[in-house]
Each structure stands twice: as structure tokens, then as C-alpha cells.
Design a protein around this ligand. Structure first.
Ligand SMILES: [Zn+2]
Length: 467
């Protein structure tokens, strides 16, 4: 393979606000009826004017905080512009966005061992959305427009074309999500459309410094789809170029059902949009001292926290815990309460991360302690965990109520171990014959007969009896 992949990313993020930016409409939830959160302003009726409200100010602050967390420069002056184009999801015929004086420029995000440069982070308002329905067989199509999203603030985070693979692009998007959640900028839930990734992709011969013709993939809404769509697109471009064809600069969509990209429209260029300053919204002058205040108030960023966790834990655990603010918080609280680092980390990685059943750090410290004392088996600890999350009661209370306790008395367990060996003559013979893995079958049977048996003591007894 003598092609080099070049990817830049535009990521759209919906900042946490209660209302739209220039009108009083609240933000619609995922399954609310279409056009239930609209008014004459966000519908773009003739004669209406946008009014910057509290949400608009909050969105600006969130945008600047995000830019600071991404190491961007914040210019002293910034303004909004009109981006003019016709599309059925844009009743006004223009989108309020930022053109030549964005809220921030020239930052970077640390991803893995490298840095991805950030060109700009700016603020704009979202458009509506088209919903297509119809009958493929009879070619009877209908399109609907839902304007619940029109006027919702949206941050656009644009990277330089520094990514070189689908893996890097996915890691970048995940790191960005982790950062956005850490600073409280957005829930950044891709399923709810709060974070949408738009990679632009080109390939070039290795050694070439010229950029190839790029295609842009629109509105990708999961990390998995992002990864697959890029792999597909790279392969498609490579086949086109190797067979003597060409890549056309265009916008393409991703079909989840067909697992392929498809052409949507030929790419517009900036001059097509006839940008001009938005006359209804005053330009902003940003106070340096206030910006520095925002910078100082930023919480610890994921990359810094990860570096600190790496002093305590192996990289595999840090990869999981350090990627999620909630998990890191639980870990650090539990450890601060005296819980051992590795046992706590392993419980989080194996039991909390896959299930999403988050418990407080204090309760987790208590649970790990019960486990390490041998007061509960691992299976019982799992049940206690789930019940504690559901009821909010402490692990100790739940253990006391259920009368959970581990049987560690060797004389009691010896009878059990003998019964297991009698009932599994083949496994016992296999073990004695040198097949060490036969022990697993014996232990499994033992656990089935007595879930409360202390596995360590039971295992030692089985070994002794078999010897
Ligand atoms: Zn409205």
C-alpha cells in the first residue's frame, strides 16, 4: 500500500443550554413530535429579528471554554456572519455562523502520543432536519421537514488534516468527547445528535506533499460508523485512482444499512455562500481578564488526569478509567477512602464500565473492602453492587440484610470438596493425569453446589485431596 490517508475533522457539538439561541423555544428531546419546539423567529417568518438571550451568552461562554481547553488563541474581537444558501431545512435562507472572525483559532488536542492541530472553534446555529419516507418499490417518495433543531446553538470544532487513519480519527473524536464532558460543555451524546462528526478524507501517494481531492462525510453519529465510513471511503478513493479514474470533491452520506458512502451533493466553496456580517447581532469584544478567569476555572483536563493515573495503574486500566470523567471520579474517591488501587480499578473496568451501573466512590471502597476481607464472594459482590445502585443503600447494609457471608471453614468445605471429586471422576482423573485445566470443571461444580464457598480455601482443599 503506497497511499497515505489524510483526514481532517469537523465536529459539531450542541452546547448544554436550556433554550435556542435567539428565541425563547426550549430544546426538544429525542422523541418529541416534529415542529413542537418552534416559533416565528426560528421558523424564519418575514420581519422577525433574532434576540440574543441568556442561552446565547451561555453558548458563547461554553464555546470559549472549549476553545481554551483546546489550547486555542481567543481574539479580542469576534462577530457573527450570515452564511447564505437555499435548502428546505433552512427556511430563512441563511444560517447565522462565523466566518472571518471566529471565536477562536490555532489550538491543538493531545491524542495518544501526538497532537492534532485545531484550526478554529466557532459558534453557529443549527438548521432543521429533513426526514425522508416513502415506498422504494413504487418510487413514491415523501420528504418532511422538522424544525425543532433550527436555532439551537452549535459549536463547530475544525481540525487541521493531521489524522492519518480511521483509528486516529476515531481516537480523536473520543478524546474530544471526553474533554467536552469533563469541562461540562456538552453531554456530547452521539446517539442524540449532540456530537456529529464530519471527516474530510483524501489520499495521496506516500512521499507526496500535495493534498489529494477530498470528500466530506456528513453527520456521522457513532464512533463505529465513523471508523467504518472512513475505511470504506479510503478504499473507494483508492480503487477509483488505481483504475485511472478520479475523486470528485463532494459531500457524501453514510448508509448504516448498506455500510457504504453515497454521493449527496457536489461540494460548495466558501465564495458560494456570500458571507456577510450578520447585521442583527452586535460584534463581541472579549475582555482579556475575563478570558483568563475562564481559563483558570477550567477543571483538570483528561490528558492531565490520565498522566496522573498512569503513576498508579497499568495503561490498560487507565485507557478505560481515564477516558471517562465519571469513572475517574469514582476511582479517585474510592482510593481516597483507602481502597487499594488495582483492585478498585479492576472492579471499575470489569463491572462498572461494561454495565454503566455507576456507584459512588465511597460505596465502592466499602464493597472492595468487603470483598477483600472475604465477607462476600465475587458473585455476591456483583449482586450487592447492582442492588446498591438500584436502592441507594450501602453495601454493608445489603450484605447484613441478605445474611451474605462466605463459607471459609475448612472442615465444612472439605466435605464439599470430597463430594465434588466423587461426582466428577473423569475430571479428577484428568487432573491427576496432568491436565491442570480439569481443575476448572471441578471448581465450577463446587461453585454451583455452594455459591458461598470461599473459592481460595475450596481450591486449596481440592488440590490437597487430589494430591
Ligand atoms: Zn423559536
Amino acid at each position: 500500500m503506497d497511499w497515505e490517508i489524510v483526514i481532517g475533522m469537523e465536529v459539531h457539538v450542541q452546547p448544554k443550554t436550556r433554550s435556542k439561541m435567539f428565541c425563547g423555544c426550549s430544546i426538544a428531546g429525542l422523541n418529541e413530535p416534529p415542529n413542537s419546539h418552534v416559533c416565528e423567529i426560528c421558523l424564519g417568518m418575514p420581519g422577525v429579528l433574532p434576540v440574543p438571550n441568556k442561552a446565547a451568552v451561555e453558548a458563547c461562554i461554553t464555546c470559549i471554554k472549549t476553545a481554551l481547553a483546546l489550547n486555542c488563541e481567543i481574539p479580542q474581537h469576534t462577530k457573527f456572519d450570515r452564511k447564505n444558501y437555499m435548502y428546505p431545512d433552512l427556511p430563512k435562507g441563511y444560517q447565522i455562523s462565523q466566518y472571518d472572525l471566529p471565536m477562536s483559532v490555532n489550538g491543538y488536542l493531545e491524542v495518544g502520543a501526538g497532537k492534532v492541530r485545531i484550526r478554529r472553534v466557532h459558534l453557529e446555529v443549527d438548521t432543521g432536519k429533513l426526514v425522508h419516507a416513502g415506498d422504494k418499490l413504487h418510487k413514491a417518495w415523501e420528504s418532511y421537514v422538522d424544525l425543532n433543531r433550527a436555532g439551537v446553538p452549535l459549536m463547530e470544532i475544525v481540525s487541521e488534516p493531521d489524522l492519518r487513519s480511521a483509528d486516529e480519527a476515531r481516537d480523536y473524536a473520543m478524546e474530544l468527547r471526553s474533554l467536552l464532558r469533563t469541562i461540562g460543555a456538552s453531554e456530547a451524546d452521539m446517539e442524540k445528535g449532540q456530537l456529529r462528526a464530519e471527516p474530510n478524507i483524501s489520499i495521496r501517494r506516500v512521499g507526496s506533499s500535495e493534498l489529494g481531492v477530498k470528500t466530506e462525510l456528513k453527520n456521522i453519529n457513532s464512533f463505529r460508523a465513523l471508523h467504518r465510513a472512513i475505511l470504506y471511503e479510503v478504499d473507494r478513493q483508492q480503487q477509483a485512482l488505481e483504475s485511472g479514474g478520479e475523486v470528485v470533491q463532494e459531500t457524501r452520506g453514510w448508509s448504516e444499512t448498506e455500510q457504504r458512502t453515497f454521493s449527496q451533493r457536489s461540494k460548495e466553496f466558501a465564495e458560494d455562500y456570500r458571507y456577510f456580517p450578520e447585521p442583527d447581532i452586535p460584534p463581541l469584544q472579549l475582555d482579556r481578564a475575563w478570558i483568563e478567569e475562564l481559563r483558570r476555572a477550567l477543571p483538570e483536563l483528561p490528558s492531565v488526569r490520565r498522566a496522573r493515573l498512569l503513576d498508579q495503574l497499568p495503561p490498560a486500566q487507565v485507557a478505560v478509567i481515564g477516558a471517562d470523567r465519571d469513572l475517574s471520579d469514582v476511582y479517585e474517591t474510592a482510593v481516597a477512602k483507602g481502597a487499594p488501587t488495582l483492585a478498585t480499578a479492576n472492579w471499575i473496568v470489569n463491572e462498572i464500565a461494561p454495565t454503566g451501573k455507576l456507584m459512588s466512590g465511597q460505596y465502592l471502597a466499602e464493597l472492595i473492602d468487603l470483598l477483600q476481607q472475604g465477607a462476600v464472594t465475587r458473585d455476591q459482590a456483583r449482586e450487592v453492587h447492582l442492588e446498591s445502585v438500584e436502592t441507594g443503600r450501602t453495601p454493608a447494609e445489603i450484605v447484613a440484610e441478605h445474611g451474605y457471608s462466605q463459607v471459609s471453614d475448612p472442615s465444612e468445605l472439605r466435605v464439599l470438596a470430597e463430594a465434588v471429586i466423587d461426582a466428577n471422576p473423569k475430571a479428577a482423573a484428568d487432573y491427576r493425569g496432568g491436565k491442570k485445566q480439569a481443575m476448572q470443571a471441578l471448581m465450577a461444580d463446587l461453585r454451583k453446589r455452594a455459591p458461598q464457598a470461599n473459592p481460595k480455601v475450596a481450591n486449596e482443599l481440592l488440590l490437597k485431596l487430589l494430591a
